[in-house]
Design a protein around this ligand. Structure first.
Ligand code: GCW
Length: 720
């Protein structure tokens, strides 16, 4: 039942009719979203077009590596599209645009660039220089990959209508590893994936290379992603069979020119599953030999293979603890073997016991004491929050607690708990909130980002992983705006200092429109969307109100141990009188969270169990505040709908309609969340919803129906 009308169904007013006959024929219709942010449509601003045309008639590339070849291809594709004419490749050094490595620059130019060197191996600079009265633009990398990254930066500059005069850009990534983790199974289902099947067509590999793999590599490289783990962390041992290694090698070949290294997730019990061994005990010499041989085999096929990602002793996955060994024991055996080929091991810290204790404490309890014991080529990969990708969590206390361990941040791009591919939720807001959180490590200002990028504690390896939201649907991510989350993840992994707003603006200009008013409106939609979602799903630090199993829609009555609502109050007491999870944070953060007066209201019920009558800063009681937040979240979605309607004339028709339709669905589901949660909490607390809020759309009977329906929806189910 979708009550809220879509914009397209609202009455077509006069200006709308006028628009249909005048402007619409000139807009591109029916964009299928496949090109992502690399659209390269013809520049319609005539002044900007002429300026580009004047300065970008020719280009040259110094060198001939595969990476430089793909850079040249991208230049041709990009400017061929944006200028609707071919940009001519001329011999080395003669072009108006020159792509080169620093070492290949002419000596007289080297002098000009001297202050930019020595430089980061993935870095680049882009400069416009007057030479003999002619303006030339140089894209200079330390290595070939820097040239490619610089190329994408330059294309973005034109895509976002940046100035070409006086260009002087110097750029390098802040993190070494910028990674996507696919939760793709070998049967092409995707765990927590909402955009169709896995893009990896294992049955066709290694013989057939799907065009999509190349476009995937281009898209990733354009935002600086340099590593991917292609299969689910709930890993099938079969990924290590020779048959799959050959398929993987074919993918690695596709990724290589784009600077993307291949990781795979492995199953810790692979030695038992794939050979006659009766144990996978990491201390067993036969098991170590098995791993050594397997790893040697991998490197024979893929000499630049990046390494393994491991989920061990977590949610039923096998691990070293099955044999009385520790995480360090298990990780180091694999890491030692990988180190012989310069490989890396990523070991996940997502562990919990489910024994009725406060599970948010488990990752810290298990891993903090292991600091300093992992081999240098081991990353511990930590989810942003201590629980599990909830709409809002405090940062994991492990950030700051592992001074002598390389730690990789793990964010979720796929929207398991944040609306699947139905809701428009711009996750850069979540990422930034976490990255900017102050950990107070050693009692000082120390953001999570400063821990992750190694500037504070000097870890030798740094990185950030995002659980991918990509599938084989035509537009890659289902919801068009979910592309923005992939984009934003990459941009922040490259440079966590970028603002969510700046990234949103770039993405909109590259993907949707250049019209300034429309850009501003869509930025506002995106920037507000995260908080609206938190409000209509789980405000004030509440968690796990979502359905059990597939996690779609509300079921606050199912896992009540996460919110502890009763007649007296609601919330999880994690203070010293409760589970004492606060003790995992350093001072003064610990005290801040411990005391209800100083605990941020956004996390209030994460840390405290409070009476319904508790007075909030707004002057409302806690119960009234909860009602307010849920209603506010719904109102926020309605506002997004109106804002989207206002930009209609600037957006490709098919794109506009898809988003419009999904926003209507989002409005309906926001109401569903609100009604289900408030109805339930009202029953538990015996408090009535204040009359100032609108009457529920979903009465008890409808809620039951809706819940049942959602259980049956195929695309909402967990695909393992
Ligand atoms: O949130 C949970 C998901 C699981 C996932 C797990 C993890 C891959 O519901 O589907 O398994 O996290 O991160 O390992």
């Amino acid at each position: 039942m979708i009550i809220s009308t879509t914009c397209s169904k609202r009455s077509l007013c006069f200006s709308g009719i006028l628009f249909l006959f005048t402007i619409l024929p000139f807009l591109s219709r029916g964009d299928d979203g496949y090109r992502l942010w690399l659209k390269y449509d013809k520049i319609t601003d005539t002044a900007y077009y002429s300026m580009c045309q004047q300065h970008l008639q020719t280009f040259s590339i110094v060198g001939s590596s595969k990476t430089l070849q793909v850079a040249a291809k991208e230049i041709k594709k990009g400017f061929g599209g944006m200028l609707a004419t071919n940009i001519k490749e001329v011999s080395s050094g003669d072009g108006q645009l020159i792509l080169t490595k620093y070492k290949d620059l002419h000596t007289h130019l080297k002098k000009q660039f001297r202050q930019d060197n020595p430089f980061h191996e993935e870095g680049y600079f882009i400069r416009s220089i007057e030479e003999e009265g002619k303006r030339k633009i140089f894209i200079v990398g330390q290595e070939d990959i820097g040239v490619l990254y610089g190329t994408f930066h330059f294309l973005r500059t034109v895509q976002t209508r940046g100035r070409l005069e006086g260009l002087s850009i110097r750029n390098a990534p802040k993190l070494q590893w910028r990674m996507l983790n696919h939760w793709d199974n070998l049967n092409r289902t995707v765990e927590r994936g909402y955009a169709g099947q896995s893009i990896w067509k294992w049955d066709e590999l290694p013989d057939k290379i799907d065009e999509r793999y190349i476009d995937y590599a281009r898209a990733n490289s354009s935002i600086g992603i340099n590593a991917v783990a292609v299969n689910n962390v709930n890993a099938s041992p079969h990924i290590l069979t020779q048959e799959y290694l050959e398929k993987l090698a074919a993918l690695a070949d596709v990724f290589r020119p784009y600077g993307i290294r291949l990781f795979i997730s492995i199953n810790f019990a692979s030695p038992t599953a794939l050979s006659g061994l009766s144990t996978a005990d990491p201390f067993e010499p036969a098991v170590q030999r098995w791993w050594n041989n397997k790893i040697d085999e991998i490197y024979t096929i893929m000499p630049d293979f990046a390494g393994f990602l491991v989920k061990a002793n977590s949610e039923g996955q096998p691990g070293p603890q099955d044999y009385g060994r520790t995480h360090v024991d298990g990780a180091n055996v694999l890491a030692r073997s990988l180190a012989r080929h310069n490989g890396i091991l990523i070991w996940r810290a997502f562990v919990y016991e489910n024994k009725g204790n406060d599970r948010v404490k488990d990752p810290y309890d298990e891993f903090a004491s292991l600091d300093g014991q992992f081999l240098p080529n081991v990353f511990v990969q930590t989810k942003n929050g201590p629980l599990d990708f909830q709409p809002r969590e405090p940062h994991s206390p492990l950030f700051g607690a592992l001074a002598s361990t390389s730690q990789m941040m793990e964010f979720q791009i796929t929207q398991e708990y944040t609306g699947f591919s139905t809701h428009l939720v711009y996750l850069a807001k979540l990422y930034k909130e976490v990255l900017d959180s102050n950990t107070y490590t050693d009692g000082q200002q120390a953001s999570v980002a400063q821990i992750v990028d190694g500037t504070l504690q000097g870890q030798s390896m740094t990185g950030m992983a995002g659980v991918s939201n990509i599938g084989d649907v035509q537009n890659w991510t289902g919801h068009l705006f979910a592309q923005a989350n992939w984009y934003a993840f990459g941009r922040l992994a490259w440079d966590h200092e970028l603002s969510s707003k700046q990234i949103a603006k770039e993405w909109i200009e590259m993907t949707l429109t250049h019209e300034p008013k429309a850009v501003e409106t869509i930025v506002a939609i995106m920037e507000g969307s995260y908080e609206h979602m938190v409000n209509y799903m789980m405000p004030l630090g509440l968690t796990v109100l979502s359905s059990e199993g597939h996690h779609y829609g509300p079921q606050p009555w199912r896992r009540t141990g996460f919110h502890n609502a009763n007649k007296e109050g609601i919330g999880y007491n994690r203070t010293s009188t409760g589970s004492n999870a606060v003790a995992q944070y350093t001072e003064p953060l610990q005290r801040k969270y411990e005391q209800v007066e100083t605990c941020p209201e956004a996390l209030l019920l994460w840390f405290h169990h409070l009476p319904w009558s508790y007075q909030m800063q707004s002057g409302r009681t806690l119960w009234e505040e909860l009602c307010f937040k849920y209603n506010d979240g719904v109102e926020g979605v309605r506002q997004m709908q109106q804002q989207w309607c206002a930009v209609r004339q600037q957006i490709d028709t098919a794109t506009f309609e898809q988003v419009d339709r999904l926003l209507a669905e989002q409005e309906d589901e926001a109401v569903w969340w609100r009604d289900a949660c408030l109805e339930y909490f009202s029953q538990v607390s015996k408090l009535a919803i204040p009359a100032e809020y609108e009457v529920p759309r979903y009465k008890e009977e409808d809620l039951k129906k809706k819940e049942k329906q959602s259980q049956n929806l195929k695309h909402y189910s967990v695909a393992r």
